[in-house]
Design a protein around this ligand. Structure first.
Ligand SMILES: [Zn+2]
Length: 228
């Protein structure tokens, strides 16, 4: 072979090879590129989907966490509100007077221990000169019961938690006949029933339901004075 032949062969070879490779390469590239590219797109799409799902999960988790936190906050707030209401109720209960005068009138028409034609021995209570129908209030917290007595007339008796009985006598009517009352609750209306010479409220205090004591020092010991 001559130099030109080698050169030509070489060039031809090179050209041929280059062209062939190039074409083959292009063909391969084109042929291979499409599926690869599709796969990649598909893979990207799948990843996006996964990422989107993760992101949605994260949002859901965030939402759930947020809702859980809201429920915790709500419960904490409700508990705090309840505690506040209980403290307020306890404060009011502590502030509430536990003793009350049986009528608003601060005047007595008869005292304890007085003797007179109206009483079998001596007067066992104090009398308030009030008109018939005057509201009569519980002197203490306690439970209520009623009695009808020939001397005392219509009576309401309040038994305090410590056992002290307060008696409200000669009533025209009882407003509360049973159950629990608080000091100052209207329990009856005054009158002139039983052995009475005119409308008034006869009030007695009986520690543990036994013998009557003088209501005046008892009331005063609880910060109440029915005479002034
Ligand atoms: Zn009396």
């Amino acid at each position: 072979m001559g130099v030109a032949g080698i050169a030509a062969a070489s060039v031809g070879g090179l050209t041929g090879t280059a062209t062939g490779d190039s074409q083959k390469s292009n063909t391969t590239a084109l042929a291979a590129a499409d599926p690869a590219s599709v796969k990649q797109v598909a893979a990207n799409s799948a990843l996006d989907t996964q990422l989107a799902a993760l992101s949605a999960d994260a949002r859901d988790f965030g939402d759930r966490a947020s809702r859980t936190q809201e429920r915790i906050d709500l419960r904490a707030r409700q508990a705090a509100d309840k505690k506040k209401r209980e403290e307020e109720a306890a404060r009011k209960e502590a502030m509430r007077p536990k003793f009350a005068l049986p009528v608003t009138l601060h005047r007595l028409s008869a005292r304890f221990g007085q003797s007179g034609v109206n009483w079998m021995s001596v007067h066992t209570g104090i009398d308030f000169p009030v008109f018939t129908g005057t509201p009569v209030m519980a002197a203490t917290d306690g439970t209520v019961r009623t009695q009808l007595n020939s001397a005392y007339g219509n009576m309401v008796i309040v038994t305090a938690p410590d056992g002290t009985e307060t008696w409200y006598c000669h009533l025209s009517s009882a407003k509360i006949r049973s159950g629990h009352v608080k000091a100052g609750d209207v329990i009856a209306y005054s009158g002139d029933s039983g052995n009475s010479t005119g409308p008034h409220l006869h009030f007695e205090v009986r520690p543990n339901g036994t013998a009557a004591i003088d209501p005046l020092p008892w009331l005063r010991s609880h910060g109440l004075d029915p005479t002034s």
